[in-house]
Ligand binder design. Structure first.
Ligand SMILES: [Zn+2]
Length: 454
């Protein structure tokens, strides 16, 4: 069993139950699983691979809990730059209708590489339209190139304009096709084991793009197969109006009535909820993917993260799709979460304590692992996977911030991860991916993006 010794970290951030931060710390992993954590002089001297982290922070790999990787092809599209969610979608649906297997695969590789460069070692993605023969299989192929843990989903849309939904006919599918392909994808790819590199989630898109029947049957299928459920909910006031008009209830009640609350469910955004709805999510263990950049970019609103945390609702962090961010940098997203958490308590907006950097780092690591239902990642402690990244404290961005470099990861400008390891194996070393030719990938991605937006 190959061993890895990480030693001499300026600070090792464990995110263990005691939230220990160990100056001069390190750990030993065996076969990708952490065996021992502590000050370097308490660890064995040798291993098959020795990683000297002197001058670096070592942190648990970040976990992304909401994304639409294909959207990296449609960043900053004119017409979708300065409008709210529904108009933004109406502008982009016809463009996304041109996606195909190639563009889906390449966008998956590009988007996951971008996440990895920001310290992310596990990412969930929700693709909910599958035009021109594209399939989850294309994403799985693209993700394999990058080498971080991937939670793909068989997303879906079934409620088009003609039935009172938002998307055009060109991007929706019928009920039977969706459920059949979802079952196929779970059988083909879902690996529930500890250390899993690939899992499948069932994820119909949102109340205004999916029929109630599909929501209900998706939940039944996911529970039969033991996989998790994810959807967008309560993202905008327009959506609240939609569910009130169409179903006579607010989004959380709509979800509850379709059996869509539970500890196997997490919801993207969940901005417009009241105290009773937060309590209901807490009682059922329903999680939240907080996407602050997207919520600001689309002027959607501010999610009540402090309320979720004090009620013990599981909260993870998500960059959301790269067309409403317009990037996939999870460390930058964590900084945004910290800053938006402070706007949320500013005069005239709300009240309460300021969101500390460490609380956001916890959401971005352990919190994300909880939301994805994983007990084997999210912290550097014995029994969990050796997923970590390093930040070089010699960089200009950290100059003068060594009073508290852990907080400085978010107080200052986000810097790229110098090293990223997944299961004790390097994915990024000295800022470069182990195998991907980044220039070639960007060129290919730009070509596909230009073809798409014609
Ligand atoms: Zn989204």
């Amino acid at each position: 069993m190959p061993t890895l010794l990480v030693k001499n970290a300026h600070v090792l951030v464990t995110m263990d139950d005691g939230r220990r931060e160990i100056p001069g710390g390190g750990f030993l992993s065996r076969d990708g699983v952490i065996a021992q954590v502590g000050p370097t002089d308490s660890l064995p001297d040798t291993a098959d691979r020795v990683f000297d982290a002197a001058g670096m922070l070592v942190l648990p790999g970040l976990v992304n809990t909401h994304h639409h990787l294909y959207q990296s092809l449609t960043r900053a599209v004119p017409g979708a730059q300065d409008v709210p969610l529904f108009d933004w979608l109406r502008c982009l649906y016809p463009i996304w209708a041109n996606l195909d297997p190639d563009s889906v695969r390449v966008a998956t590789t590009l988007g996951l590489l971008e996440l990895a460069r920001s310290g992310c070692t596990t990412a969930f993605d929700q693709q909910y339209l599958w035009p021109n023969g594209s399939r989850v299989d294309d994403q799985v192929e693209g993700a394999g190139e990058v080498g971080i843990r991937f939670h793909a989903s068989r997303g879906s849309m079934s409620l088009s304009e003609k039935d009172g939904g938002l998307p055009p006919d060109s991007v929706v599918q019928d009920h039977g096709t969706i459920l059949e392909d979802t079952a196929r994808v779970i059988d083909a790819f879902h690996d529930p084991a500890r250390g899993s590199m690939l899992q499948i989630v069932v994820s119909p898109c949102s109340p205004f793009t999916v029929t109630e029947d599909l929501m209900r049957d998706s939940a039944v299928l996911a529970r039969e197969r033991g996989v998790r459920l994810h959807t967008h909910l309560a993202e905008t006031k327009d959506e609240v109006r939609f569910t009130l008009d169409r179903f006579g209830k607010r989004p959380v009640e709509y979800a509850a009535d379709l059996d869509w609350l539970g500890d196997d469910v997490w919801l993207a955004h969940a901005v417009f909820v009241d105290g009773d709805e937060i309590a209901r999510m807490a009682e059922t263990g329903t999680g939240v993917a907080h996407c602050p950049s997207s919520n600001m970019r689309l002027a959607s609103g501010i999610a009540p993260i402090a309320g979720y945390l004090s009620s013990r609702v599981p909260v993870g962090l998500g960059v959301d799709g790269s067309a409403s961010n317009d990037s996939g940098n999870l460390l930058a997203e964590a900084r945004q979460a910290m800053l938006l958490g402070r706007v949320a308590v500013s005069p005239g907006v709300g009240e309460g304590p300021q969101m500390p950097a460490r609380m956001v780092l916890e959401i971005a690591t352990r919190g994300g692992a909880d939301v994805l239902g994983r007990e084997d990642i999210g912290a550097l402690e014995p029994g969990r996977m050796a997923d970590f990244f390093t930040l070089d404290l010699g960089r200009v961005e950290f100059a003068g911030a060594l009073h508290d470099p852990v907080a400085a990861t978010l107080m200052g400008a986000p810097v790229p991860a110098r090293h990223v390891y997944v299961g004790g194996e390097p994915v990024i070393e000295d800022y470069h991916h182990r195998s991907i030719d980044e220039d070639r990938l960007v060129e290919q991605h730009n070509r596909l993006a230009a073809d798409l937006v014609r």
